[in-house]
Design a protein around this ligand. Sequence first.
Ligand SMILES: Cc1cc2ncn([C@H]3O[C@H](COP(=O)(O)O)[C@@H](O)[C@H]3O)c2cc1C
Ligand SMILES: O=C(O)c1cccnc1
Length: 343
Amino acid sequence: MITPPDVLVHSEAEARLAGLATPPGALGRLGEVACWFAATQGQVPPPALTDVRLVIFAGDHGVAAHGVSAFPSEITGAMVRLFLAGKAGVSALAATHDVSVRVLDLGVDADLADDPAVSPDVTARKVRRSSGAIHLTDALSQEEYDRAWQAGCDVARDEIAAGAQLLISGDMGIGNTTPAAAMVAAALGLPAAEVTGRGTGIDDASWQHKVGVVQQALDRVGARAQDPHETLRALSSADLTATTAYLVTAAEAGVPVLLDGMMSVACALTAERIAPGAAAWFAAGHRSTEPGQSLALEKLGLEPLLDLGLRLGEGSGAVAAVPVLRGAVALLRDVALLSEVMG
Ligand SMILES: Cc1cc2ncn([C@H]3O[C@H](COP(=O)(O)O)[C@@H](O)[C@H]3O)c2cc1C
Ligand SMILES: O=C(O)c1cccnc1
């Protein structure tokens, strides 16, 4: 069981919120998320939110070759290069909101280590080239699983040691909404049709096919999906396993996480299965268009800060929510108390 954020500090934060020179409740969800952040920092008023770190977990998925995505796997490696060049969607948001970006290749099909523009720390923890096609075979061997898990733990510890006040997980991997859907179905005991979305934008016929693939994966794994580690090994991938380990490690270390879309939240749901109580350290950045993401958030008891119709991934929805959280923290820190104003 994970130790939750400090309950006494949370009450103290609520008392300060109630005393601010604002009508009671006027700050709505901003007030709630500010109190949550204060509790994670163990301090009222909380420190200003300055050090926010995004780690993008990249990897390819064997299932992508089976008609589940609108795009080919070659995009994954190309996007990793674009993150490193600071030119992807999430790069623009992260630069605007002062969020650092680190990219980790756990299982990209392309051999990025050959590229002089890719620094060795990006590829140092690579587990394999492309995880297994989950409807036909387990995503990872036990040995690969252990290495992916360790990589996620290590990168979280690294970012925490470097001063992270808040962590974000991002994803890059064509086809990854398929394993993420399988992870949510396994956790919630739901059929594939309820959790499967359109990912990069597939048509009706491809969606029907994708539902069949997710269901085939669930049927193949059977009762093994009752175990969260087996769920990851059989139904996820190197990148999603590392993401889950990163989230568990953050919660164990008492560092809060702002969750992103389908992949981030599927991993958060799995992290909660592995380490009950972990979700108390998570806040939801945004609501994605993937149905499985909303179902998983509901199960975790998390209400997203933003609902913008985003379906990009990369950590973009969480990074877009950083200024909202920063503003909430500033309100709890910097607004005068009504008692002071009234003398
Ligand atoms: C150019 C491009 C950039 C992306 N950035 C994130 N994704 C997102 O889309 C993919 C998941 O959707 P699906 O399961 O349908 O393949 C992942 O790579 C995810 O990170 C992208 C996808 C594309 C095409
Ligand atoms: O929910 C997401 O993050 C998402 C949705 C579609 C494609 N890529 C990511």
